[in-house]
Design a protein around this ligand. Structure first.
Ligand code: SF4
Length: 380
């Protein structure tokens, strides 16, 4: 069998989207984990009033984000956990929805629904967006691929601002169920000092409820700059930090992320990553990219430079999100994503960066291919 079979399939499914029959969707939102739009909407089209799965699993354990596209040739049919993935008339393989966490039905002591506070991404990543806010929308300078505001307005499914105690409580429940292995925290762009204080309070609450002295997982704050800020994030007790650089090519970065690039240049990001590696340790820092909006060459240059500094890379596979400025555009073909990811995985391996899988692993990554490619090289 072609060892890249499921990597290729996942790339196609992310770039082309997918459909599911009504029967296949029948347990989603009860037995199986549904989308809750914690931050962005990743489907090709909105689906208010219909519960769709957040993600699903291929036979080798690969996790794939579900991106609804009524025009996709890929479709899941069947019932319960007897599901089949087909392309047109051709049956490809079995697929499995992921189980719905029990805490999704619970409430916090403040009477807030836990699912509106934190959601599980993939198989084992507990996601909190502590504030669904970004200052770049007000000036019409949001990143061209981003649909944060539109997602919030369309679904209104999560609490925009989460209470610190509530976050800790949800983390306690989620970890006690045994499936969650790491957290991923992010928030919008607002006053940096306030954000650091908020994250410190949240981490204190998570540590208290989970018993961790340092919490496995990653914080993706508004661009943390300088040794002082980065050290403060380290002192909150999170194990890893990420920097959402989005695009490596500097001119494309300025064009695609007009607001963000005004506040944080590529050079500032690079310096921050270098500093963060000294503070958090090699492998515990991430450069986060959106893959598919810049040439392969410049993307791989970025991967090379970041990994040479001892940091890891998470590249999300771009597809056009509804409500973003790039809605209706097309992503590169699945083959482009596979080829580029395989080259990136070579670069990562050659750089010898520690894998950091205790903070972020292939099971977290329904929307990226790099961890799957690294897994094929024995890094899980
Ligand atoms: S910085 Fe860009 S990607 Fe992040 S929330 Fe703002 S507009 Fe969206």
């Amino acid at each position: 069998m072609n060892e890249y079979r499921y990597l290729e399939l996942k790339a196609e499914l992310l770039a082309e989207g997918i459909q599911a029959s009504e029967e296949a969707l029948s347990g989603v939102g009860n037995e199986y984990k549904e989308q809750n739009h914690g931050l962005f909407g990743w489907d090709f089209e909105d689906h208010v009033g219909t519960s769709l799965p957040d993600d699903f699993m291929l036979p080798d354990g690969t996790i794939v984000q579900f991106r609804k596209n009524s025009r996709s040739p890929y479709k899941v049919s069947g019932k319960g956990n007897n599901l089949t993935l087909s392309k047109g008339e051709e049956e490809i393989c079995r697929a499995e929805w992921l189980p719905r966490p029990a805490y999704y039905n619970k409430e916090t002591a403040n009477n807030n629904k836990m699912v509106k506070i934190g959601q599980v991404g993939g198989g084992d990543c507990l996601f909190f967006c502590y504030q669904n806010y970004c200052s770049h929308f007000a000036g019409n300078e949001e990143c061209l691929f981003c649909n944060l505001v539109s997602t919030l307005k369309t679904y209104d499914s999560v609490l925009k601002k989460k209470d610190t105690e509530d976050i800790g409580e949800v983390a306690g429940e989620a970890f006690s169920e045994g499936k969650v292995k790491h957290v991923l925290l992010t928030g919008g762009c607002f006053n940096h000092q306030k954000e650091i204080e908020l994250v410190a309070d949240i981490m204190k609450s998570i540590r208290k409820k989970t018993g961790f002295s340092r919490v496995p997982g990653t914080i993706l704050p508004s661009p943390a700059k300088g040794e002082d800020e980065i050290k403060k994030y380290y002192d909150t007790g999170i194990q890893a930090i990420g920097f959402s650089m989005e695009i490596w090519d500097e001119k494309l970065y300025q064009a695609i992320c007009p607001g963000k690039s005004k506040n944080t240049s590529r050079g500032t990001f690079v310096n921050s990553i270098e500093t963060a590696v000294k503070i958090f340790g090699a492998g515990n820092v991430y450069g986060v990219f959106v893959m598919g909006l810049e040439p392969k060459r410049t993307f791989l240059e970025g991967v090379r430079e970041i990994t040479n500094m001892g940091a890891n890379v998470v590249p999300f596979v771009w597809s056009p999100n509804p409500g973003s400025k790039l809605e209706g555009h097309r992503a590169p073909a699945g083959g482009w994503f596979v080829e580029t990811t395989l080259e990136a995985s070579e670069i990562v391996c050659n750089a010898g960066v520690p894998s950091g899988i205790e903070n972020h692993c292939y099971k977290c990554d329904g929307n990226s291919l790099l961890h799957d490619a690294l897994r094929l090289k024995g890094i899980e």
